[in-house]
Design a binder for this molecule. Sequence first.
Ligand SMILES: Cc1ncc(COP(=O)(O)O)c(C=O)c1O
Length: 389
Amino acid sequence: MEGGEALVPFIRRYPLVLSRGEGVRVFDERGRAYWDFLAGIGVTSLGHNHPLVKAAIAEAIPLLHTSNLYWNRPAMELAGALAKISGTWQVFFANSGTEANEAAIKFIRRHTLASNRHCILSMQGGFHGRTLGSLAMTPNPKYQDPFRPLPEGFAAVAYDDVPALEAALRSLSPAAVMVEAIQGEAGVIVPRRGYLRAVADLCRRYGALLAVDAVQTGMGRTGTWFGFEDDEITPDLVTLAKGLGAGVPIGAVLARPQVVAAMQPGEHASTFGGNPLATRVGLAVVQWLQGEGLTHVRRVAAQLENSLLELMARHQSKVRAVRGRGLMWAIVLNMPSAPVVERLLGQGLLVNAIAPDVIRLLPPLVVDEPAIDAAVAILDDVLAGETAG
Ligand SMILES: Cc1ncc(COP(=O)(O)O)c(C=O)c1O
């Protein structure tokens, strides 16, 4: 792309320069409009240019940064709000999903240091970030192999496989289990009902902490706060990022106070973590979800689910399955997904090819009925023009 030569070239980008957004729409430099059904990979939870986000940023302008040597009200209030939602947690702020997971790893290690149990067991197919600790919990050769050696003390077990988990807990005695409520980067893999409940029960039985990575599923994405409430579990740690900041970088670890009690001042910190700008916007997201947000997500999620099931019925030879929850969906095709995603982009719909045959939809949480109808009409049109594989 002309003008982009100075950016490191290892990220494959679509050939368009996005310059502004409004709600569920984004516009490129030439003024062409697109339905944004990816939301910056699940980040712009309130869509673009939302009045609450604009007001939060305006309020934050007089004091953008303080460092963590001083208190600031937005951080205290956002931590308080998140803690109240759970009733039991304390909060550490970072700046991204991978940093939240790095902090969680350190909290787990610190908590279990004396016990000599430090292995963290994560799930095959899981994704936790690209810094070395999070990468060590992301058991995928594509991401791990070019960067070996990785930190020690990590192991993996099959996702959605309770007997395999029990065998691993018995043989490895891990300090903690790290799991996603729905595996996002693996292609929106929804485990069987009751899986998280079984994981939580097993963790308790075998004395392992339970950590849930809610970076993608959290902050209303699946129709609940964190994506695991239907399973009625209370994890020991929860990591958040993406939608919490509605486009402003933020990450967070929610942890049971007993889990972080061993941490001493100075053992972990982040210069930017918990800055007034990001936490003020995070508060706006929490307030929106507490107000109309979660109800809105559940209502439009039902429409999206029905529309995708109907789409599948109309294109049976091309669509093998649709799966997801809330506003996190995958369309499994009988053909390669990348060219279909390019044609959708050509028709004004932004989604991504998350696996060779899978398209992922992560619309902003503020998505409404007309936007869903418009996106599904484009999907219909493009699928009608494809030849079944
Ligand atoms: C479940 C999950 N955890 C962690 C991450 C890493 O987040 P970040 O890219 O903000 O570091 C991602 C990113 O996609 C994710 O989906």
